[in-house]
Design a protein. Sequence first.
Length: 115
Amino acid sequence: VQLVESGGGLVQPGGRLRLSCAASGFTFSSYGMSWYRQAPGKERELVAAITSNGGTTNYADSVKGRFTISRANVKNTVYLQANSLKPEDTAVYYCRAKRYSFDYWGQGTQVTVSS
């Protein structure tokens, strides 16, 4: 099982990034997917989640209206479009796949928002 995040980097405040998480080794279309983030000295927090068929999404209040989670089951990939980025969005972003007791995490990708 692998979850590989990409798309992170350094961006100025107000900028945008698109994070991707490529999955392999399990039946991607059967799993709920989510993005979490962890800033230095803080606990890991849920950013956004999407059901297995993409029909339902939910977001942390801090990113509502700025971030969009989506998935392409034919590509075994989940995305996080992050717009209007703020310095407080700086964190390592992780993707997670969960189905019942099966729970997988990626290694994370760094997002830094700074001028």
